[in-house]
Ligand binder design. Sequence first.
Ligand SMILES: NC(=O)c1ccc[n+]([C@@H]2O[C@H](COP(=O)([O-])OP(=O)(O)OC[C@H]3O[C@@H](n4cnc5c(N)ncnc54)[C@H](O)[C@@H]3O)[C@@H](O)[C@H]2O)c1
Length: 250
Amino acid sequence: MQRRFEDKVAMVTGAASGIGRASALRLAEEGARIFACDIDAGALDDLASEAKGRDLQVDTHVLDVSDGEACASAVAQAVSSCGRLDVLCNIAGISHLDLFENYSHELWQRMIGINLSSVFFLSQAAMPHLVETKGNIVNMASTAGLQGQAHNAVYCAAKFGVVGLTKSNAQEYARRGVRVNAVCPGGVLTPLLRETKMPEGADPELFGRMMPLLPLARAHEIATAVAYLASDDARYVTGHTLTLDGGQTL
Ligand SMILES: NC(=O)c1ccc[n+]([C@@H]2O[C@H](COP(=O)([O-])OP(=O)(O)OC[C@H]3O[C@@H](n4cnc5c(N)ncnc54)[C@H](O)[C@@H]3O)[C@@H](O)[C@H]2O)c1
């Protein structure tokens, strides 16, 4: 295993499960100290125990990423307890498929809050620290941030927004030494995918347009892409959407 993150600090959201957990562990295995954030305190404790058992540096912090003030405090705490911030990985997210006419305003707010506003809150709070360390941001978008998907309008709106923030911030901060990239997975075997149900009355033919050519990805495979973009190997890569979708969007 390479050690690309020796002496670096990475803040990772959604770190208690799936892609976030795999990414936090991957960066820690490569030498990073991780400030792991999630809303699920119990699952964060499990992550902390695993990290301790493997001699990895992982601090945990309970955070609701849809709360702007809590996001600003979490960034401040990451910097005060770890001494610096080199990488921000915005990975926390939720999914819900439905017929467009059935989405409530409440669900719209929740999906946008967790999947999109969080990226704004945390990126804005982290940016001064990343300018100082010439660090970078890796946002977890999706193929739903690159193509419209029937019965997935709200998630798509959020993920297109994540791609927009990624490209705009990449432009605005490049000369200050901060890179901003996004990863766009297709289907990944995680609790999020397992728990996402096809809505009643959905048109199965429309879902056919979202099918990958290859079997579903594993969280650790997406973590490999996160680690690449976050590392100096990607020094010349910014504003990029790295798609890992098994051929879904060809
Ligand atoms: N699994 C897929 O097929 C897939 C595909 C493309 C993109 N993604 C994206 O990858 C990211 C991770 O998803 P995953 O598949 O690993 O899901 P997951 O459910 O395994 O993990 C998501 C994590 O986010 C946390 N979370 C949810 N709401 C939160 C909140 N308000 N504050 C803080 N943490 C919160 C959950 O507790 C959980 O630990 C998401 O942004 C998702 O949209 C997933």
